[in-house]
Design a protein. Structure first.
Length: 426
């Protein structure tokens, strides 16, 4: 293409046109593409309302523009004659000058300039060669919405005269203001997938990709045919890789779109116990569980599943227990126990919190003869006691039970003994 003093796109167009025997039409299309619109819009009308310029079976919007140019040329680009036909005479005149420049360059490069009218398919193949980076595939039949490379979504104007094809190339793409990655497709041409195989065989690949199907809440393994980065077709084939499936399911859990039924308060307390002990007794080298580590644990829970129905009721603790060695789990039970034994043979659940001391909620009578708050972490951390009435209602919170018996209990006893006469009040 170094022979052509042109933009690479138009150089590709002329080279492809030589192979397709449509250099003359390609030169005019290039001139139109880089110039002003030939078809004028009336008030509240699309530029594509020039109905008499369109013919059934047109595969490209350029065909109507070529006809408009031919009419303008026949009228010597007279504005007064062109205006009733809604043809922009000056734009057509400018296109004529540009077209001659393209044709001179083509002749100097030794390209054959055709005299006969080229077929629509020849023109469409040529436009595909020039604008293959603007290839779009319709998202669903009749939607007029297209997926393009780079994650863009293209909209085909509802007034476009060519029937919305499965595949098209757009010579002009304009961004829709205020809508990221959304563009409007203009000057479009219908193309065929088999042409891609003929012209760009190296750019067509077949590969496999695991994706999460939000409708069926499962991971699928897709076989995809791509043109560069654009997916042309896909079908489910085989089972997804277990590790990839676990990653995709974990993404959904972390995002809150899937719920692990058994990831409950008991699980959260186990994690908090680990983190508290890691902070309280660093010499034990208990590994803390941060946000990134939670993600790892969730992924371990998901391992072996490809669907939510397999994952929903999974036990969480096998994955949690793998976080610690057997010896570390013994240290956790010893220094940050789940429950606190009471003198009456009962036990109370310890609630751990990374931002404040651990605590227990105990009926007052169960703490008789206890004169010191229990401690965890080898005696380094005092457990706060929430004292409850016989009806399980809060009475008082204390970090010094011995002081409570001396200073707070007499008033509590006076207040509650009459309300709960059947219970012991020492």
């Amino acid at each position: 293409m170094s022979r052509f003093p042109l933009h690479p796109r138009f150089a590709r167009m002329l080279l492809a046109a030589a192979d397709n025997h449509c250099v003359r039409e390609a030169a005019l299309c290039a001139a139109i593409a880089q110039g002003r619109e030939i078809l004028m819009a009336g008030k509240n009308e699309s530029t594509h309302k020039n109905d008499d310029l369109w013919e059934p079976g047109d595969v490209s919007e350029f065909q109507a523009m070529l006809r408009a140019f031919t009419r303008a040329e026949a009228m010597n680009f007279d504005p007064n004659a062109c205006a009733p036909l809604r043809i922009h005479a000056m734009a057509a005149r400018e296109a004529a000058r540009s077209c001659e420049q393209f044709l001179r360059i083509a002749r100097r490069a030794g390209l054959p300039v055709n005299d006969e009218v080229a077929s629509p398919e020849a023109l469409a193949r040529t436009l595909l060669a020039a604008f293959s980076d603007h290839l779009g595939i319709e998202t669903s039949g009749g939607s007029r919405i297209y997926r393009l490379a780079g994650g863009y979504t293209g909209h085909l104007d509802k007034d476009a005269h060519i029937k919305a094809p499965r595949l098209l190339v757009a010579a002009e793409i304009t961004e829709v203001q205020g809508r990221a990655l959304t563009v409007r497709l203009n000057h479009v041409t219908r193309v065929e997938e088999e042409w891609l195989r003929e012209l760009f065989s190296a750019d067509l690949t077949t590969g496999h990709r695991a994706v999460y199907d939000s409708t069926n809440r499962r991971v699928m393994n897709l076989e995809e045919v791509r043109f560069r980065s654009l997916v042309l077709s896909s079908r489910e084939k085989g089972e997804p890789d277990e590790a990839t499936a676990a990653t995709l399911l974990a993404d959904e859990v972390v995002a809150g779109r899937l719920t692990l039924v058994n990831w409950n308060d008991k699980v959260e307390q186990w994690i908090t116990r680990v983190n508290c002990l890691s902070k309280w007794m660093p010499e034990l080298e208990i590994p803390a569980i941060g946000e990134d580590d939670r993600r790892i644990l969730i992924e371990q829970v998901c391992h072996g599943c490809i669907a939510y129905r397999q994952l929903k009721d999974r036990d969480i603790f096998p994955a949690l227990h793998q976080w610690l060695s057997h010896a570390q789990r013994d240290l956790l039970e010893r220094y940050a126990p789940e429950r606190l034994p009471l003198k009456n043979g009962r036990s109370a659940r310890i609630v751990y919190d990374e931002k404040q001391p651990p605590s227990v909620s105990v009926v007052l009578q169960h703490m008789y003869d206890v004169n010191e708050n229990p401690k965890v972490a080898g005696g380094r951390v005092t457990v706060t006691i929430h004292l409850l009435s016989p009806a399980q209602r809060p009475i008082q919170t204390t970090g010094d039970i011995g002081r409570f018996w001396k200073e707070g209990y007499p008033a509590v006893k006076t207040q509650l003994r009459g309300r709960y006469p059947k219970h012991e009040w020492r």
